[in-house]
Design a protein around this ligand. Structure first.
Ligand SMILES: Cc1cc2nc3c(=O)[nH]c(=O)nc-3n(C[C@H](O)[C@H](O)[C@H](O)COP(=O)(O)OP(=O)(O)OC[C@H]3O[C@@H](n4cnc5c(N)ncnc54)[C@H](O)[C@@H]3O)c2cc1C
Ligand SMILES: NC(=O)c1ccc[n+]([C@@H]2O[C@H](COP(=O)([O-])OP(=O)(O)OC[C@H]3O[C@@H](n4cnc5c(N)ncnc54)[C@H](OP(=O)(O)O)[C@@H]3O)[C@@H](O)[C@H]2O)c1
Length: 423
């Protein structure tokens, strides 16, 4: 039988993954990209009360390229998602004054975590995921908020929101407190109205401004699928955020239409690995009614968990969602088997960062180098930091041997508990 042809619309990060996965499955992909380059992004709208009167310059964060044009200007950045905070911080090095306007405040996590290791490297592990799922939401929120407030007090910096840390899509920035304490960024409430030359905030304060950057997020739509896929306020009914539930044949999949706490690319790759197998007829989707029921349930859970906002319609938990996809493809690591046959690897899979190699240990697309890649991942993370040759201090460990023994036993018990409790 001739290989099936697949049209890939868009050559962003997800489109590129889709190309590769189609080739891996022996499908024949053709990628359509409307811009002149590979890369990507979404859609947006710019509006604000009284904006038509404002005589200054305004733009959406998508059009923000560099701070040079804002030199010496007074700028308001609207929105405290990742774009708003990144832009406010960068602008604050060039602009005369930056005002960061927020409707409800935000928690700000930091990329450089304990000991200087990347946040995701330290915290996105199966073990931490298990703890998060076992402990009550209020307890984990309390500890996380305490940790963030120890770095800088969110109330003191006028950023403290009403909602808990895990009720919002995470905002991550290391430099914001520094820019606020040095006065270059001033946190303000929501904008009530723009005048010709100023912004009036909801607390009644008024600031003269030259420019506004709307970092208010994106709305997505699929005009080329009009009539067949309806998006209402960023809500789209897709099974596992991928498949329309009511097509006669499963020949359409959405890739990368998710917001995880973690990188999108490894998820896009797993989605592509599943989609290509569905297209080939190697995997079936459940009946339409089951998919619809699952979609409704997922939507309700998301609404319960997150602050109501258009930015919280495609949230997924990084490891649980990847595991769901991996189960569909047949590549989810079998922790019990791993623990019995290769405990060293099992420990790294459970306690180490959950990297995409974990989904190459077995099943379709298995990679012979996956084990080695997992066991050496820590070396690769620290290697770029070893920029100054020096003698490593002698390794006469200050930790008594008996503690090491207890720690190892504890680790093994924790792994067994993990294996028996994880779904
Ligand atoms: C400032 C910023 C920083 C981000 N940083 C991160 C990060 O650090 N880590 C992370 O995981 N995510 C990050 N994200 C999220 C990011 O959007 C995704 O990770 C990534 O861009 C998703 O890729 P994609 O291919 O799914 O979509 P997109 O990047 O949106 O790519 C879609 C492509 O499709 C093309 N296209 C659209 N319509 C058509 C059409 N009708 N015909 C043909 N081509 C079409 C577009 O031109 C585009 O090239 C960031 C987002 C922003 C805005
Ligand atoms: N460095 C990075 O990794 C990085 C950088 C940039 C972006 N990204 C990613 O890209 C995606 C988009 O991020 P984003 O920051 O552009 O958008 P976003 O996450 O949707 O954040 C939009 C912000 O604007 C606020 N907002 C929306 N409408 C508003 C209005 N009318 N008035 C006032 N405030 C308003 C939102 O507040 P509410 O919460 O109240 O709705 C929110 O604070 C996210 O997934 C993000 O993680 C990542």
């Amino acid at each position: 039988m001739a290989a099936k042809q697949v049209a890939i619309i868009g050559a962003g990060a997800s489109g590129l993954c889709a190309l590769k996965c189609c080739l891996d499955e022996g499908l024949v992909p053709t990628c359509f990209e409307r811009s002149g380059d590979i890369g990507g992004l979404w859609r947006f709208e710019v509006n604000g009360p009284g904006l038509e009167k404002f005589e200054g310059w305004y733009l959406h964060s998508r059009d923000y390229k560099s701070p040079q044009s804002f030199l010496g200007k007074r700028v308001v950045v609207v929105g405290t998602g990742n774009s708003g905070i990144d832009i406010a911080v960068e602008l604050s090095h060039a602009a005369k004054q930056v005002f960061l306007s927020t409707k409800r405040g935000t928690w700000v996590m930091h990329r450089v975590a304990d000991g200087g290791y990347p946040f995701d490297f330290t915290y996105i592990s199966r073990f931490i995921q298990l703890l998060l799922s076992l402990l009550p939401h209020t307890t984990t929120s309390f500890f996380m908020e305490r940790k963030l407030n120890a770095r800088f007090d969110h109330a003191l910096y006028s950023l403290q929101p009403q909602h808990r840390i895990f009720d919002q899509h995470p905002t991550i920035n290391d430099d914001l407190p520094n820019r606020i304490i040095s006065g270059r960024v001033k946190v303000k409430p929501n904008i009530q109205e723009f005048t010709e030359t100023s912004a009036i905030f909801e607390d009644g304060t008024r600031e003269d401004i030259d420019a506004v950057v709307f970092a208010t997020g994106y709305s997505f739509s699929f005009p080329f699928l009009e009539g067949c896929m309806k998006v209402v306020e960023n809500q789209i009914p897709l099974y596992k955020f991928m498949f329309p539930p009511d097509l006669q044949k499963p020949t359409l999949a959405f890739i990368g239409l998710i917001q995880p706490l973690g990188a999108i690319m490894p998820i896009s790759e797993l989605q592509c690995r599943w989609a290509t197998r569905v297209f080939k007829g190697l995997k079936d989707l459940p009946p339409s009614t089951n998919m619809l029921a699952e979609i409704t349930q997922t939507k309700e859970k998301m609404a319960e968990r997150y602050v109501k906002s258009q930015r919280h319609t495609i949230q997924v938990d990084y490891i649980p969602y990847m595991d769901e996809l991996a189960s569909q493809v047949g590549v989810k690591p079998n922790l019990l088997a791993l623990f019995l046959t290769d405990p060293k690897l099992a420990l790294e899979v459970v306690f180490g960062p959950c990297t995409p190699y974990q989904y190459r240990l077995r099943g379709p697309g298995k990679w012979a180098g996956a084990r080695e890649a997992i066991l050496t991942q820590r070396q690769r993370v620290v290697r770029p930091l070893r920029t100054r040759a020096r003698e490593r201090p002698g390794h006469a460990s200050s930790v008594p041997h008996i503690f090491k023994v207890f720690f190892s036993i504890g680790l093994i018990v924790a792994t067994l508990v993990y294996v028996s409790l994880s779904p």
